[in-house]
Design a protein around this ligand. Structure first.
Ligand code: DPP
Ligand code: ZN
Length: 861
């Protein structure tokens, strides 16, 4: 496939200020007529080039007359046009039911819906399908009223009517010019939950969430999140909504999480539907975050859009930051920060250190769908968060105000954003721009010394080589730092140190003894820190640090160091015992700390993930990492058995509510079981069964089932199988909960997980055509280190087989399964060879999608 380069950007030769679309709806043969008003750009002389994908032009008219001066150039429709302004009319026909890629117009459970980002619109009609062509859309659709009682598109409803033959029609008009990727159409048998929101300038907005009949009782949380988001964006960013209605539609078959189409967001059902019996606390949080994310795109994405797809982080990084800030304000800010960092480390750090590493503003791609990544999204958010650290909240807000003012109605670049923050906030971001250019997670080494009455902190940084970028320049790294006095347990105030050189020293007078270093507090920069400090200092910070993230980090570091040393075999028995005792003691202190809320306690008591531990090792042996981590869990389970029992009892007594205290109790309840399951499976199984049987909410039920599903002991098999069977029967027909049933088994610690997953793939509820179901089974499996990294390579084979089977159905989703195999260079040689062999097997298969072929070839290079 051709490589598309950022440097090759050229402005469009033709603009399309207006488009009228007319759909004759049908599940198998929808006819589309598009009228494009096209205007030649100044100084352009070329023909009109319209993108298409999998469609053929039925007829081409220019200014109302049949026009034969057109040709196909690959998949582009090329029309030679004499003058500068014309109306071009093109008819196409689509089979939505055959569209298993779920890009363009497709059918889902008898309804029709669209997904156009990034390049789906060209699967509906011929169009300059690039985000810098902005058009005003008028949409008309007509179809069978019984099959499609609800007809929706972007903007405002204009007119509707029905005919005696059982068909009806509707017209919509969106006054805001938008790129084609924000177009949406939905036609189906849906019911709406409604509410209203009045903006600060007094505009009354009708809100509706459309779902399948029966699901309307589960939309309350999403609606609340929407209203909270609308208010928050006014208060925090000064952004008001700009249409009289805001519609959301929930769809069961959806490639991504949700889509911010103007005035008509389309959502994966999993980010809308929730009630206590079927959704966990985590699901509630995810719904709040994704609803906010898509709503916030109305400004950061729609009013100001992207010039080209290399600028994707312009809207995604900024919008992720905005949704993170919103969720922090709605709940516990420290807990949210820890969760976001955990996601970054689990999903983005491996990307940054692997074959698919790319800057947040990539330089080249073959398939843009492959660049909807944790780097563009989550690291993109971290980069803008650093601007907030450097500017402070007020000046940052002045920067974003300027950005929205300056670029409203435009297709902008990341450079435009940086410049606006620079001008509005009064920052110099010259060197900072390297965050947009250089891939790889910077490593900062911190060394603290003390002499006379001064402590000196020496910081050095390196940015690792990444594909295509062997040599790196130093980054701007803002590090919130505090120095603790060992005797008082206090510090004299936090400072912001900005590292800009390869190596730099900072002097702190007033220390006659070596203080304890607390650095990168709040995770102020997305970097890895190597701190040459004694275990005792980490224990000190785990107990005393007043920055919640830093306290969490100290505990993580304590455990990561112990586990990395244990895995490398360099731990003496004495050192092992000493390390374990230190970890046990900080755990005991956290369990006993009356000043902590339970949600935070839950964060502090999470073991570092196996992937994150592996990241610290050049060539990791997944089985020894797993064994050592399980051994630590077992040790903590048995050493603190009485505390876990007491904790489980205490939390079990807390009644269900969505309040933080009750949520904290639920989090700890299952965590207690997790530790106990490692040390005393019979007792854990007994407690988990009781928790399962008495559960009045999904958080408790799923947590208990997860623990039961992971216990391999034969005497617990009956309880395990009975609970799994009960769960399946209890929630039969509820697709989102059945997804959980698949995920729990595929992610289980049970030694037979591989066998279970093989069997589940043949279960009547499994299907390759629903992305949620595929991910439920196979993403959970690929993220289960013990099962995926089975020594004989059976886990790798399973994922490669999946990719090959799924690719012809949905290449976009199939490509998402390549990165786990692409990690081979960082795994011990025997497994690495097996992983590589599977990638080669995929690469050799004929007819791969562009999505999979790009990811596989990069992973082999
Ligand atoms: N633009 C979408 C989102 O991130 C992705 N399809 O919200
Ligand atoms: Zn987004």
């Amino acid at each position: 496939a051709p490589v598309i380069k950022r440097a090759d950007y050229r402005p469009p030769e033709w603009q399309v200020p207006e488009i009228a679309l007319d759909f004759a709806l049908s599940l198998t043969a929808t006819r589309v007529r598009a009228d494009l008003k096209v205007v030649r750009s100044d100084a352009a002389s070329g023909p009109l080039r319209l993108d298409g994908d999998g469609i053929t032009p039925g007829s081409v008219l220019v200014d109302g007359a049949a026009h034969n001066d057109w040709r196909m150039d690959d998949s582009q429709l090329v029309i030679d046009l004499p003058g500068n302004r014309h109306t071009v009319t093109i008819e196409t026909e689509i089979d939505p039911t055959a569209n298993t890629q779920l890009s363009g117009l497709y059918a889902s459970n008898g309804m029709l819906c669209t997904q156009c980002e990034a390049e789906g619109f060209r699967r509906i009609t011929f169009f300059p399908d690039r985000p810098d062509v902005l058009s005003v859309y008028s949409v008309r659709m007509a179809g069978d009223k019984a099959a499609f009682p609800v007809l929706l598109s972007n903007g405002n409803p204009v007119a509707s009517g029905e005919h005696s033959d059982g068909t009806h029609w509707a017209e919509w008009h969106d006054p805001w010019p938008k790129p084609s990727y924000l177009f949406a159409l939905v036609a189906g048998d849906l019911v709406a939950s409604r509410d209203t929101f009045t903006t600060r300038s007094g505009r009354k907005v009708d809100l509706a969430i459309y779902v399948r009949a029966g699901d309307e009782t589960r939309t309350g949380h999403a609606m609340k999140a929407l209203i909270d988001s609308m208010r928050w964006d006014e208060e925090v960013y000064g952004r008001e909504y700009d249409l009289d209605l805001f519609n959301i539609v929930a769809v069961a078959d959806f490639n991504a999480g949700a889509m911010e189409n103007k005035g008509l967001n389309v959502f994966n059902t999993r980010y809308i539907l929730a009630d206590p019996e079927t959704a966990t606390d985590g699901d509630y949080d995810a719904i709040e975050g994704v609803v906010a994310h898509e709503y916030f795109h109305n400004w950061s994405g729609n009013r100001v859009t992207c010039r080209d797809w290399f600028q994707l982080s312009l809207k995604e990084g900024f919008t992720v930051l905005r949704d993170q800030q919103f969720s922090a304000d709605m709940g516990s800010a420290p807990v949210k920060r820890i969760e976001d960092v955990r996601i970054l480390r689990a999903a983005q750090f491996p990307e940054d250190s692997g074959p698919l590493a790319h800057p947040i503003r990539p330089d080249a791609y073959q398939e843009i769908s492959n660049f909807y990544t944790a780097t563009v999204y989550n690291k993109g958010a971290e980069v803008i968060r650093m601007m907030t650290v450097l500017a402070g909240p007020e000046r940052f807000r002045a920067g974003t105000d300027l950005y929205f003012d300056r670029h409203d109605g435009e297709a902008a670049t990341c450079e435009d954003f940086v410049k606006a923050i620079e001008d509005g906030a009064g920052l110099d971001l010259k060197q900072f721009r390297r965050w947009y250019e250089q891939a790889g997670t910077p490593r900062v080494t911190a060394t603290l010394t003390q002499a006379g009455d001064t402590a000196t902190l020496t910081l050095s940084q390196t940015v690792p080589a990444t594909p295509g970028q062997p040599d790196k320049q130093p980054m701007v790294i803002p590090l919130r730092t505090a120095l603790f006095d060992r005797d008082t347990g206090k510090h004299a105030g936090e400072q912001l140190l900005v590292l800009t050189e390869a190596e730099q020293s900072f002097a702190f007078p007033g220390f006659t003894a070596l203080p304890v270093l607390s650095i990168n507090r709040g995770f102020s920069a997305p970097v890895a820190i190597d701190m040459a400090v004694a275990t005792a200092d980490l224990v000190f910070l785990a107990a005393h640090d007043d920055d919640p993230f830093a306290r969490y980090e100290a505990m993580q570091q304590l455990m990561v160091r112990h586990l990395v040393a244990a895995v490398s075999g360099e731990l003496t028995e004495a050192a092992r015992a000493e390390g374990l005792a230190a970890i046990r003691d900080v755990y005991a202190a956290v369990l006993a700390d009356g000043a902590l809320d339970d949600l935070m306690r839950g964060e502090l008591l999470i073991l570092p993930g196996e992937g994150y531990i592996a990241e610290q090792i050049a060539q990791a042996d997944p089985s020894s990492i797993h064994a050592e981590r399980e051994a630590l869990k077992r040790w903590l389970g048995s050493e603190l058995a009485a505390q876990w029992h007491a904790l489980h009892d205490r939390c079990t007594a807390v009644p269900y509510s969505l309040e933080a205290a009750a949520r904290g109790a639920r989090k700890l309840k299952t965590q207690a079981l997790v530790y106990l399951a490692a040390s005393d499976p019979a007792e854990a199984a007994r407690r988990a069964k009781a928790q399962y049987d008495s559960a009045d909410n999904m958080t408790d039920r799923q947590g208990a089932l997860m623990v039961l599903a992971g216990i391999g002991a034969a005497e617990c098999d009956e309880a395990r199988c009975a609970a799994l069977a009960d769960f399946h029967a209890r929630f039969a027909g509820n697709a989102l909960v059945i997804d959980k049933w698949f995920s729990i088994q595929a992610g289980a610690l049970h030694p037979d997980t591989l066998k279970h997953v093989t069997a589940l793939a043949d279960h009547p509820d499994f299907t390759m055509t629903n992305p949620n179901r595929v991910r439920a089974l196979y993403m959970a499996f690929a993220a289960n280190p013990q099962a995926f990294h089975a020594a004989d390579g059976a886990g790798y084979r399973m994922i490669a087989d999946l990719i090959l089977r799924l690719d012809p159905i949905n290449g976009n989703v199939a490509a998402r399964f390549v990165p786990p195999l692409g990690r081979w260079r960082r795994i011990e040689p025997t497994r690495a060879a097996l992983m590589r062999a599977e990638l080669e097997r995929i690469a050799a298969a004929p007819g791969l999608s562009r999505d999979v072929s790009e990811q596989v070839s990069k992973s082999l290079n």
